[in-house]
Design a protein around this ligand. Structure first.
Ligand code: TIU
Length: 222
């Protein structure tokens, strides 16, 4: 067994039971005119991590390890969108409204798509999720169980919302979770830093954090 250098201590990699989960690297969170911008956020922070997410994805592919992508999105009839989610806050565009990239966070719309540089390839699982966590109301748990996956490496956005929510869901379900620090981002740098700190506090209470270089080095030599 190889260990990935990580915080708060080395991550005991099980190469036959690990997958990469890339959370919500969608145009709606990364480009002007999308959902993230409609909430008042500076979305330019998100695009800056694309090269690190890309090399992590390519490293897993090269190592023959599974890559799973998630997308936060809703059905066109909004039947999976609770009123509490649609009406929350005061966005300039609500989920389901027509924006410059099509209807906000609706499956099949151009803005809802994963960024082209990070697009899934044939054979990779894509989970469409109506919530912030990727286990809620999706088939993710069954897919991981069928494939014998017990360890999850996380990348994507935003660190404190969909990434952290999914890590906490996974941690409670018995998965060992590792967050790739340079491959995740928030609209708020202080929230990213706080999330990394709280995940690995108290002896990895939610999981581990590690650098992309260390993850790639270990999976390619394990
Ligand atoms: N707003 C925000 O920070 N995030 C989300 O709404 N979704 C995800 O994190 N994917």
């Amino acid at each position: 067994m190889r260990e990935i250098p990580a915080q708060p201590f080395a991550f005991p990699l099980q190469r036959d039971a690990v997958a990469l989960v890339v959370i919500d690297m969608q145009r709606d969170f990364a480009e002007p005119g999308g959902f993230g911008a409609s909430l008042g956020n500076d979305v330019s922070r998100i695009t800056r991590i694309v090269p690190d997410v890309k090399r992590l994805i390519e490293g897993f592919r090269k190592a023959g390890l599974p890559v799973i992508h998630t997308m936060e999105c809703h059905r066109p009839d909004l039947s999976d969108l609770p009123a509490a989610k649609r009406n929350r806050g005061n966005p300039t565009l609500r989920i389901g409204d027509e924006g410059p990239m099509g209807r906000i966070l609706i499956v099949g719309e151009p803005g809802t798509a994963i960024l082209p540089e990070l697009a899934p390839i044939d054979g990779e699982t894509v989970i469409e999720k109506p919530g912030k966590g990727a286990f809620y109301a999706t088939e993710l748990g069954d897919i991981l169980g069928d494939r014998g996956i017990r360890q999850l490496v996380f990348a994507g956005v935003t660190t404190e919302v969909c990434v952290q929510t999914t890590m906490r869901e996974a941690n409670d379900r018995g998965y060992e979770c590792l967050l790739a620090e340079e491959a995740t981002e928030s609209y708020f740098p202080e929230f990213k830093a706080a999330t990394i700190a709280m995940i690995r506090a108290q002896g990895a209470i939610v999981g581990w954090t590690a650098h992309v270089d260390d993850i790639l080095e270990t999976i390619n030599h394990a």
